[in-house]
Design a protein around this ligand. Structure first.
Ligand code: 2RA
Length: 295
């Protein structure tokens, strides 16, 4: 039996590590209370991600950054994590000049209520029944695609699209990285997919790109187009690896490569990454804050 209790500041007494996966309001209220009690917080929300004093970690990419944590470590948005893994692999072979990415995001990125809405709408449509008004998205998601993930903000980009830009820059330590994202919600239960065009400062062969991706920890190259073998939600859901395929020359850009990736947004996009960060802290002996909490 699993006992579930409401989290209060006192809940953190005697705890080593707290994994918080809740709204920003909850993280902002509880994380400092946990840190005050000497607890390392690994936060899955967006509240602390862009705080300069908070490391934003994908262990395969910037695991060493856990060493400067001062009580809170953030995990990235579930679209950023697989993207920076692919970019980190490729930039070992040539400097990246720009990135253009389109996402295909499953409804569990929104949560359990969105999954229930997708299933209910799908059932009702197949049964020829009238649909209830959508509650999770501005439009129905069943048999549809929504070119909007989160709210619109600057320059008609959505928050999700700007998260991909800003978080990638922070994790890769490349504040000048040129990246434009278009984020799309699709009627899929689990796993986010991305179409990624990467331009380099010099020619990059497809073989070299494939080799770099295949060697990178946490990435599984799944790229046998002749046999229709490539990543999809159906083969990446419930798996830990970021799957990459459809690696090919970009016919529109001289030094470009295009690839397709899929990753389970609940595993590597969230829970698995959080646990790997905890392992990284144990491995580097920095579960206790190195300096007093700065947030
Ligand atoms: C989404 N990436 O898919 C978000 C969740 N963090 O809505």
């Amino acid at each position: 039996m699993l006992t579930v209790k409401e989290a209060t500041p006192e809940s953190f007494d005697g705890v080593d590590v707290a994994l918080i996966s809740a709204s920003s309001e909850v993280s902002l209220a509880l994380a400092p209370e946990a840190v005050k009690r000497g607890v390392l917080v690994i936060d899955d929300g967006s509240a602390y991600r862009m705080e300069p004093s908070v490391p934003l970690i994908v262990p395969e990419v910037n695991g060493e950054d856990v060493e400067w944590q001062s009580g809170i470590i953030s995990i990235p948005n579930c679209t950023t994590t697989p993207l920076v893994m692919a970019l980190a692999a490729l930039r070992q072979r040539a400097k990246i000049s720009s990135v253009t990415v389109s996402t295909y995001q499953s409804v569990t990125g929104t949560g359990a209520a969105a999954r229930a809405e997708l299933l209910a709408q799908s059932r009702d449509m197949l049964n020829g029944q009238e649909l209830s008004p959508p509650t999770q998205y501005p439009h129905r998601i069943a048999f549809n695609l929504l070119p909007q993930v989160d709210d619109f903000v600057d320059d008609d980009y959505t928050k999700e699209e700007l998260k991909m830009l800003n978080e990638s820059r922070k994790i890769l330590g490349d504040p000048g990285l040129r990246l434009a994202a278009t984020c799309v919600r699709v009627p899929v239960e689990i796993s986010h997919c991305e179409s990624v065009s990467v331009e380099f400062d010099r020619p990059m062969s497809v073989d070299v790109a494939r080799e770099a991706l295949a060697e990178f920890p946490g990435i599984m190259l799944m790229d046998r187009p002749g046999e229709s073998v490539y990543p999809m939600p159906s083969n990446s859901a419930d798996e830990d690896e970021v799957m990459v395929g459809r690696v090919r020359r970009d016919l529109a850009h001289e030094n470009g490569i295009i690839l397709w990736l899929a990753a389970d947004n609940l595993r590597k996009g969230a829970a698995l990454n959080a646990l790997q960060i905890m392992d990284e802290c144990v491995k580097r002996d920095c579960v206790r804050p190195r300096v007093a909490a700065a947030v």
